[in-house]
Design a protein around this ligand. Sequence first.
Ligand code: FES
Ligand code: FE2
Length: 424
Amino acid sequence: MLSKEQNELMTRVGPGTPMGELLRRYWHPIAGVSEFEAKATKNVRIMCEDLVLYKDLSGNFGLMDRHCPHRRADMSMGMVEACGLRCSYHGWLFDHDGKCTDQPYEDTANPQGRYKDKVKIKAYPVRARAGLLWAYMGPAPAPELPDWEPFSWKNGFRQIVISELPCNWLQGQENSMDPIHFEWMHANWSKRLRGETGPYGPKHLKIDFREYDYGFTYNRIREDTDENHPLWTIGRACLWPNAMFTGDHFEYRVPIDDERMMSVGWFFTRVPKDAEPYVQESIPVWNGPIKDENGDWITSHVMNQDFVAWIGQGTVSDRTEENLGLSDKGIGMMRRQFLRDIEKVRNGEDPKAIIRDPAANHAIPLPTIHRDAVTEGMTAEEIKAGGALHLKRFIFQYGQPEHVRQAQEAAMGIAQDNKGYVDA
Ligand code: FES
Ligand SMILES: [Fe+2]
């Protein structure tokens, strides 16, 4: 349980708030590269700031204030140029650093005045990695953009799924330290949603939480596993400060503002050994809906079930009303780490998991269950027989577009069951 003040401290992310300042020390994925094959600008709202993300004519990405500093026109209606984005209202042009590089009428009427040197637009660095576009909104110098090992895994079909959720980001991130929900939400509730009453999934007997350089792992022993099982020896990874890595996919919980978040999923499906080598030119990006055509929450897929839980906790969960138990040890560890990190940022120090050394930022390994299955691969026969990753039938989120399904099937050489966990 938190006090009202602590809850506000942990959840508010606007500029100048302690948590907002902490989160601004990290790179955040805010869109997919392939979204810009068909358009040049995209509106984004990140941590209470309205911004426009763009790809200029040289193929470089930038992120700037949504409003032109001249008379506030919408920069997402602007025109991309060789370097930067030009406002469509009176033609002022801004580069990636936010510098005004052209003011057509001012430059003509008073070239000596160099008024453009006095005007800047707010701008943030953007980098592309793993098919995602990452933004850094904190003070310079920016740390390294983490190069997690899975981003360079070979022979995988990758896809990016983005969903907007009407709840605070911390509800999503607390799910990254919550092993018991697998048993109830994903195993047992799925059975009930299928109309079955049992038998329920294996019970958890023991859980543990361990710190590593870039976050924490949660480790567990169920009735059907022992202490030699990778669920206990390796565990799944909470990735600091706002993501999770499960062994073959990342889930980032990016705050839009205090009351909304973006779930940004990066999924890696290893193609069968028989289909190697597989090279994917462009990583598809799709928006995952959270409600069906009747306006009901979608509950058929694992991640949609999680979304229903987080949204159900309230727009901003009232943590003054919680009653935490032994299953919530990881939640406490996470909150205490956030408090330590907020203090570090106040003192001008780097918080947890900031990477400053470029030499150390190459294919950084993360705790990875079934690593061999993902890196070495399996044959199509092994996968069909229900291999470790359930590649044949496990689609995490509802709403995969038909063209992505077809591309995934073609890459895999195996028919995908796209119905989700509940109906699978
Ligand atoms: S409002 Fe943008 S150039 Fe005038
Ligand atoms: Fe979950």
